[in-house]
Design a protein around this ligand. Structure first.
Ligand code: SAH
Length: 349
């Protein structure tokens, strides 16, 4: 679908049926956005950690191999990645795992046909899934999701003079998209402690992220295994909208070109760790990406690679700095670890 047609179809829909929810706007915009393009890298819209440095995927692979070995090296384990992008992380992680004696069958959960094609090239023999439901049962799972949860549609509630309402996308007199409030009372959806908030207060939840983490946790408890969810987000509960749009490496108005910009929201790690534990998984911790990568030895790894390829030293250091420095990705990005109840602790938590 082209830019004009998605914006146009939203306009027609709102004009005929009334405002649509923020969740519907975000969900349909991102489905359209990812379906038809490779958005990664300097020529695209944004750069992710595995595209910055091979060390990111390698250290994730080593983390998985380490916990798998300490769990007794269970046979027939599978590698599952959610939203693998170009397949770079999977390729780097699988290579590192292989050196550690672990060769899990790769299963990739991806919605976009264009990205499936790239992932198939990066990971020969990968099996594809539209969601977790078709991933094999009964085998231990080593699961990774980097910048996946932030792309799932959030639902927003807004406090109005009349009480809590769903936050909607409406049209103004000039047919521009504007935020509005739904007609139906939503107070029952708001935790009691928050009900008396000031008018204008926004609460954001991600039913999609909760569903994914819930299913992953159920699988870990039933099948054994461990999971890493890496994303930008907060480690304390918060209020307010974090919806943002990125296009060509710049923040843009989420309404400017639906389907042509990447819409994301911060991941609410505290509520996801509760969801996971309620489903029987063990929460290993949620720590800043920089802290985690340093604990796993990214500095020594940078040094080893630089010693082997001195002309790459500067680029290797620069990549490491982008991943770990607090002013770059080191602090805003968090790593949440989960495991089966009878699996050991994870390194770096
Ligand atoms: N993990 C990759 C890509 C992150 S971008 C990296 O770090 O580079 C988000 C990824 O999730 C893309 O691969 C996108 O196509 C996929 N995705 C987004 N929403 C999805 C959904 N609802 N179902 C399946 N895949 C989805």
């Amino acid at each position: 679908m082209t830019e004009r047609s998605l914006a146009e179809s939203f306009r027609r829909l709102i004009a005929s049926d009334g405002p649509i929810s923020v969740a519907q706007f975000m969900g349909e915009s991102n489905a359209c956005y990812y379906a038809s393009r490779d958005p990664f890298g300097t020529a695209g819209d944004f750069v992710t950690a595995p595209e910055i440095s091979q060390m990111f995927g390698e250290l994730i692979g080593l983390w998985l191999a380490d916990i798998w070995i300490r769990a007794g090296s269970p046979a027939r384990s599978i590698y599952v990645e959610l939203g693998p992008g170009r397949g770079t992380l999977a390729r780097d992680a699988l290579r590192a795992m292989k050196r550690a004696g672990l060769e899990p069958e790769p299963h990739l959960v991806e919605g976009s046909p264009e990205l499936r094609r790239l992932q198939g090239e990066a990971v020969p023999g990968a099996q594809f899934h539209a969601d977790l439901s078709t991933v094999p049962e009964g085998r231990p799972i080593l699961l990774v999701a980097n910048e996946f949860l932030d792309a799932l549609a959030v639902r927003q509630l807004v406090m109005t003079e009349q009480g809590w309402r769903e936050r909607m996308v409406a049209l103004d007199a000039e047919e521009r998209f504007v935020f509005g409030a739904g007609a139906q009372p939503m107070d029952a959806a708001v935790p009691e402690g928050r009900r008396g908030a000031e008018v204008g207060t926004i609460l954001e939840t991600s039913p999609g992220a909760a569903a994914v983490v819930s299913e992953a946790a159920r699988r870990l408890a039933a099948q054994g295994g461990a999971a890493l969810f890496i994303d930008y987000g907060h480690s304390q509960p918060r209020i307010g909208s974090t919806l943002q749009a990125v296009r060509a490496h710049k923040k843009v108005d989420p309404f400017a070109a639906p389907g042509e910009a990447d819409l994301t929201a911060h991941v609410d790690f505290p509520s996801l760790s509760e969801v996971a534990q309620a489903r029987g998984a063990r929460w290993l911790g949620t720590v800043p990406q920089g802290t985690w990568l340093r604990a796993l030895g990214i500095d020594a790894r940078t040094e080893a690679l630089a010693a082997a390829a001195p002309h790459h030293r500067e680029a290797l250091n620069a990549g490491r700095d982008r991943l770990v420095e607090p002013a770059e990705m080191g602090e805003l990005f968090k790593v949440m670890g989960l495991a089966a109840p009878n699996w050991p602790d994870g390194a770096g938590f």
